[in-house]
Each structure stands twice: as C-alpha cells, then as structure tokens.
Design a protein around this ligand. Structure first.
Ligand SMILES: Cc1cc2nc3c(=O)[nH]c(=O)nc-3n(C[C@H](O)[C@H](O)[C@H](O)COP(=O)(O)OP(=O)(O)OC[C@H]3O[C@@H](n4cnc5c(N)ncnc54)[C@H](O)[C@@H]3O)c2cc1C
Length: 418
C-alpha cells in the first residue's frame, strides 16, 4: 500500500530534470516504487542552466494580444531578445500560428489565470520541500527586481502591471534612485524599477536537481543512465521502454523528458505542439559584484542572478530545430547587455551554455493523465518556468497517479487541449 492507502505501483519516469525529479520524490514519498531513466546525469538538460528565479507573480503568458506586431522589431535587432534560425522556419510555422492564436484576449486571460494558480505558492512550496530535506538554505525569498532603461518601455508595460495586480501579486514601483539602492552598481541608465516582493530564487539550479536526486536515492529510488529509444505498446497502454541498454518493463509510465517529450507523447496517442525554445546563459565565476535579488531587464528580457557559483545572466529566445548546434553569439549578446547594466562586473573566465526550454504555444505545461491509458502520465512543457513549477507538478502528478483530486485543478494542463 502507498502512504495514502492506495495500492503502491511501480512507476518509471523518463527524464531526470527538475520536473522529473520532483515527480520522483513525491511519488516515492507516496510509497510507490520509482525508477528514473535519463541518458545523462540528473539536471544536465534545460534544468542545468536556468536563471534560478521562483516567480510567484509570473502570470502573464508569453503570447498576449498584439505580440505578432512586436516580433519583427525584435528579429531585426541583432541585440534583441528573439532570434530564429531561418532554415528551420518552415517546420516551426505551425507552432508560431498556434502561438499567435493563443494570444487572443480570451485565451491569454485564461492562460494567465492558470499560470497564477500554478506559481502563486512556488516560493513557499520550495521552502517547505527543500526545508523538509535539510536544504532550506537553497531557497531565498528575496523578491525580483525588474529594471527599465526607458520611460517608453515602462509605460508600455502598464497592461502587464494591471494583470499581475489583478491576480493579487504585489508590485512596488521604484524611481531611478531606489533602483540604485536595490541593485548597487547598476547603470544610471535604469530610469525605473518594479520590485516583486513575492518572488525569490534558488542558489543553484543544478544543485536543486542534485539535491532532489540525492533525496530520491536516500529514499530507495532507482536512477538508471539509459537513452529511451521507443515505447512498446500493448492494448491497455505502454508495456516496455526500449532503451540503449536493457529494456525496461512498465507498470506506470511518466513522460518528463523536457523538450524531447513530443515523440513519447505522440507514441502514447497524444500528439503535442512542443518545441525546444532555446535560451543561453553566461556565468561569471568572479564577478566582483553581487545582486541582492535577481534583476530582470525589461527591455532585453534576461535576468541576472547571484548564485553559489557566481553571477549568471540568462535569457534570450532562439527558435531552431532540436538538432541545431548552439549559436554562442546569443550568449555574447547577454554578456554585452550584462556589461552595460553592470559596467564594473568582471567577466574574466566566464562560461556559456545553451538549453532548450520545453515550450507549448499557450505558455502552459502539460500536467496530465493520459486520456487513453490508465497507466500513462505527462509532466513536461514548462517553458520559461519549469524550475518554479516543478514542485507543484510533482505533487499534482503523484495525486493523479494515486487517484486523488489534486489541490491544483489539472484541467487547464490537459495533454489533449490542443
Ligand atoms: C536561459 C533559461 C533561463 C531560464 N530561467 C528560468 C527561471 O529563472 N525559472 C524557471 O522556473 N525556469 C527557467 N527556465 C526554464 C526551466 O529551466 C525549464 O522549464 C526546466 O528546466 C524544464 O525542466 P524539465 O525537467 O522539464 O526538462 P530538462 O531539464 O530538459 O530535463 C529533461 C530530461 O529528459 C532527458 N531525456 C530526454 N529525452 C530522453 C531520452 N530519449 N532518454 C532518456 N532521457 C531523456 C534529458 O536528458 C533531460 O535530463 C529557464 C530556461 C532557460 C533556457
């Protein structure tokens, strides 16, 4: 029997990213026998290099009314926040059309409500989860500071402010002097700031996954290093994982393979419009400065966060095929912006990285039971917010597997909504 009186199951999870590992720990705590399969060590996918932000106030989807008109300007600016690998454009067009459709007033409002439900307690949930395994120090409820380099950008963000406040998240509006006080050393070109006190950060994105993996092993979970090539199907659902090592017989399967989940979801009869939305980071090991809380550039849509290992600037969006090589010029763009905002930062010895956000057109993840098979579940597609959404996703998936009604209404996150 599981901890909640349900029959214990043998659960196999594809993916040891932050989402898969959060599911794994919750399911083990529920009394199930859990195995996580990944081709890499835990946390080496997108979860490796994110900006570390936990944003309880994150409730504005990426696609909003009017987004289509902003895209050409971003694409034309070589230092802008968006780029596309043009040879992959044809294959990406259906996704873009869905993305623009998801920005209608009605649909973006609905996505905003679901994003708020998903994220509103994330800082508290992280404190409770990591506190329970002796790692509460990895979570900092220190807020998030947005900075604006022009009055025009600040004024054009009024609709976002209204949405965030309508959802009950707090915003504190700052003048240039107050921005200087909150982010010592920041460029005097920052004319406005907005502080989001309900937000926070972790001290190490990779450390978070490794801590979950250590807890998972301590509780008796099994981590296997294998590439999953295919899923063998029986009449009642998936029966076996075909791997590059020994194959694995299945009782319950959870797909949490990040940006590479679409082929498994399709195999299970649930195709999804998932893309790998590439982002980059640069990490400065000895920056000579630190930021008391993450600082987000409103104009250039990237974040700077002080981590255990240095100062990280992370962000930008690049659309390209799943197999395309990284274009580290995008990381160079981040470095330029970082130097402009913090001119005294020491960039010596910096490292750069590219990761693929698992992105769906409506900015919502899939957190869902299979509509076809009683033994298949999905946990992927968290896009820009997979760190902050991981703990609640793990809780929700373990409720679904256990046949309980989750605290989070899972309807907006169904796999068959497309
Ligand atoms: C630049 C950048 C900044 C970001 N900043 C933030 C932030 O501040 N806050 C936030 O909440 N989110 C942020 N994100 C998003 C966040 O990092 C992702 O949403 C999250 O990491 C997704 O986690 P995941 O577990 O779904 O995927 P992943 O971490 O990619 O894990 C998926 C795993 O599946 C494995 N896998 C895939 N296919 C197979 C296979 N066939 N066989 C075996 N294993 C397989 C992979 O090896 C991988 O380990 C950011 C992302 C980027 C790129």
């Amino acid at each position: 029997m599981s901890a909640n009186g349900e029959a214990a199951r043998k659960v196999t999870i594809i993916g040891a990213g932050v989402v898969g590992m959060a599911c794994a720990v919750h399911l083990l705590r529920d009394g199930h026998k859990v195995c996580v399969v990944d081709k890499e060590a835990p946390g080496q996918g997108c979860s490796f290099g994110n900006a570390a932000i936990l944003s309880a106030s994150y409730c504005v989807p990426i696609s909003v009314p009017g987004i289509a008109w902003q895209v050409p300007g971003w694409l034309l600016d070589p230092l802008g926040p968006l780029s596309v690998r043009w040879r992959d454009m044809l294959a990406l067009t259906p996704w873009f059309l869905r993305f623009i459709a998801a920005g209608s007033p009605a649909r973006s409002t609905a996505s905003g409500i679901s994003l708020r439900a998903l994220h509103k307690d994330c800082v508290h949930d992280f404190q409770a989860f990591f506190g329970s395994i002796g790692a509460g120090h990895m979570v900092k409820p220190n807020g998030l500071l947005f900075v604006y380099e022009s009055e025009k950008k600040f004024a054009s963000s009024a609709a976002d402010f209204e949405i965030i406040q309508r959802h009950g998240a707090r915003l504190e509006f700052l003048d240039a002097g107050q921005v200087q006080e909150m982010a010592p050393g920041i460029s005097k070109g920052c004319v406005r700031g907005v502080f989001r006190p309900d937000d926070g950060q972790v001290t190490s994105p990779l450390g978070i996954v490794e801590t979950m993996a250590a807890e998972f092993s301590r509780l008796g979970g099994t981590l296997l290093r294998r590439e999953v090539r295919d899923i063998e199907m029986g009449a009642d659902g998936p029966t076996r994982l075909i791997c590059d090592g020994d194959n694995l017989d299945l009782d319950v399967l959870i797909v949490a393979a990040g940006a590479l989940s679409a082929k498994f979801s399709k195999r299970l009869g649930s195709p999804v419009p998932l893309v790998g939305e590439r982002g980059y980071h640069v990490t400065l090991p000895d920056p000579g400065i630190s930021v008391p809380q993450s600082v987000m550039s409103a104009e250039n849509k990237f974040a700077m966060t002080s981590l255990e290992i240095g100062l990280r600037a992370a962000g930008t969006t690049e659309f390209a095929g799943l197999e395309a090589p990284p274009n580290y010029k995008r990381a160079g763009v981040l470095l330029k912006h970082l130097k402009r905002l913090f001119p005294s930062a020491n960039t010596e010895g910096y490292s750069e990285w590219m990761g693929m956000r698992p992105s769906l057109p409506d900015s919502l993840p899939v957190i869902s039971a299979s509509p076809h098979f009683g033994n298949a579940f999905f946990a992927f597609g968290h896009s820009h917010a997979g760190l902050m959404g991981s703990v609640i996703t793990g809780q929700t998936i373990s409720d679904l597997v256990g046949g309980r009604t989750p605290a989070l209404d899972p309807k907006p996150f169904r796999v068959d909504r497309f």
